[in-house]
Design a binder for this molecule. Structure first.
Ligand code: MTE
Ligand code: MO
Length: 511
């Protein structure tokens, strides 16, 4: 029995909050996972390389990336497996909202965990969780055997199995989850490549295995509590005393569990019903923190590694409008890049002018918000060279990349009704990039990929590469770069098409 142990108020309160945040993290994490329900060991992971796949959607890597409307053409978004709102937060195809909740949950959970661990150390309670000799292993095994025979092991304080699992969850599993979560952000690799340039897919896989371990722990934990006598244990963790009132314990437990699951249902409902409202609300706490942590510029130059991946996924299907089609049939000969807005000199760059400027190349990893990666070599002109020519005004803070992409694959069923988005988003895909990000050494307007012309599927004839950000910021099929002071009046005001329509995040936080 765990009687004889002290259950101080801070421990009981953080235990409830921990439960609350863990449920949020489980559900939103599942949402994120299902946006690319495939796990790999390597960043080159191509279809078929996954060690775990939910569903049986295998995709061919043999499709023609040089055509506009190839029959086999597929995009990474076709691999999304929309989860049920009963399990995930918010449920359905909504990774943007899922990430908002996950960041918020991670922040709350980490804070709660720090308070709890702080309490453990200040009060000296940590000793009851910390194994002091290797004897713990055979002892834990014996305890497990007792449970298997439906007997509760004898121990004063926690038995060896409890001690070992609690210790591992608090001091090993939790830090691993925090670190492998953070390391999936391209901002980390961009800022400190020598430390964090490693394998995003390995991080993702470990993060998933940790998620499974947490689930096993949660169910095992509840099962053990039941084995020890559910209500006598609940008295300790709810009211802190073995002699507390059973009725009060039951009432408070029902209330607590009700709040956690009630909130889970409410969070799903409000996210699906009022996504913009929820998005604005959730960004209040997290945005300033992300900005504080990451709102600085990467000076990383050169290659992440020597060679590119054999296969590169595509996201966003080539435009099908008449204008793009005409350019495509004309080998993009008359395509120009307009540079305007808050600039001294408006430009209209032709293919010849762009090819005359100094070309810059780098091999780097592409990180999509959904979780997949590939390495590729990109060649093009630095955005800083364009800025030297157009001379932005002092007021210019952002570069808006406008494209010829009408997102036909989304508009088939009317103007995004299903997503609660009305008509006031621009007709074409766009994304905004902050000035100093655009001046990073590896921010280029690319016209080559892997030493050849940029394929249609990857954005021919021009696309943005900005390596400290997630893939969705790198607009393909770019026609115009507009310098603006802010993007409040463009579209829904979130700084890009996917930010406006799909609540992708972080966007304005711009990490
Ligand atoms: N015009 C346009 N650009 C776009 C997109 C899009 O849908 N339309 N998708 C973005 C996303 S989400 C990703 S991950 C990358 C994918 O780049 P790739 O297709 O070259 O791999 O393009 C980005 N640029
Ligand atoms: Mo993406």
């Amino acid at each position: 029995m765990a009687a004889g142990l002290d259950y101080p108020w801070w421990l009981r309160i953080t235990h409830w909050f921990n439960f609350f945040f863990i449920i949020l993290l489980f559900r939103s994490g599942y949402e994120i996972l299902m946006s690319h329900p495939k796990l790999y060991w390597s960043d080159d992971g191509e279809p078929g390389d996954e060690w775990l796949r939910v569903g049986d959607e295998e995709r061919s890597t043999e499709f023609d990336k040089e055509v506009i409307d190839g029959e086999d053409l597929w995009a990474a978004e076709d691999e999304i497996d929309p989860p049920s709102p009963l399990i995930s937060l918010p449920g359905r195809d909504a990774i943007g909202m899922g990430r908002h909740w996950h960041f918020w949950g991670a922040l709350g959970w980490t804070l709660c965990g720090l308070l709890y661990v702080g309490g453990l150390f200040v009060s000296g309670e940590w000793t009851r969780l910390t194994p002091t000799s290797l004897d713990i292993l055979p002892q834990a095994w014996n305890a497990l055997l007792s449970y298997a025979q439906l007997q509760v092991p004898h121990a004063s304080g926690y038995n060896a199995l409890q001690q070992l699992t609690y210790f591992s969850v608090i001091f090993i599993l939790s830090p691993v989850m925090i670190v492998t979560g953070l390391l999936q952000a391209p901002a980390f690799r961009a800022h400190w490549p020598e430390w964090f340039g490693w394998n995003r897919q390995l991080n993702r896989s470990i993060h998933f295995i940790g998620f499974v371990a947490f689930n096993v722990f949660l169910f095992g934990h509840v099962a053990l509590v039941a084995a020890h006598g559910f209500w006598s244990e609940m008295k300790l963790i709810v009211l802190g005393s073995p002699t507390a009132s059973t009725d009060l314990t039951i009432a408070l437990t029902v209330l607590g569990v009700g709040i956690v699951f009630g909130f889970a249902a409410f969070a799903t409902w409000i996210s699906l019903k009022r996504p913009y409202f929820t998005q604005n609300l959730l960004e209040i706490g997290v945005d300033p923190l992300l900005k504080g942590l990451f709102h600085h510029v990467s000076f990383v130059d050169g290659d992440d590694r020597p060679e590119e991946s054999d296969f590169a996924r595509v996201n966003g299907k080539p435009p099908r409008n008449d204008e793009y089609r005409a350019h495509f049939e004309n080998d993009f000969e008359d395509w120009t890049i307009t540079v305007d807005g808050l600039v001294e000199n408006e430009l209209n760059l032709t293919n010849e002018e762009i090819r005359e400027m100094d070309k810059q190349e780098h091999v780097t990893r592409h990180d999509c918000i959904q979780g997949w990666t590939y390495y590729a070599k990109w060649g093009g002109i630095p955005l800083s060279a364009i800025m030297d020519r157009c001379e932005p005004n002092e007021d210019a803070e952002w570069l808006v990349f406008w494209t010829l992409d009408e997102k036909w694959e989304y508009s088939e069923d009317g103007p995004f009704e299903e997503k609660g988005v009305d008509d006031d988003i621009p007709e074409f895909y766009y994304e905004a990039i902050r000035m100093d990000k655009a001046q990073e050494p590896r921010s280029i307007l690319a016209y080559e990929m892997n030493d050849g012309d940029l394929p249609v599927a990857h954005g021919a004839p021009y696309r943005l590469r900005i390596e400290s950000q997630l893939g969705y910021k790198m607009a393909k099929w770019v026609t115009r770069i507009e310098f603006v002071e802010d993007f409040e009046d463009i579209g829904k005001g979130y700084g890009g098409w996917r930010d406006d329509v799909l609540h992708y995040y972080p966007s304005s936080a711009d990490i």
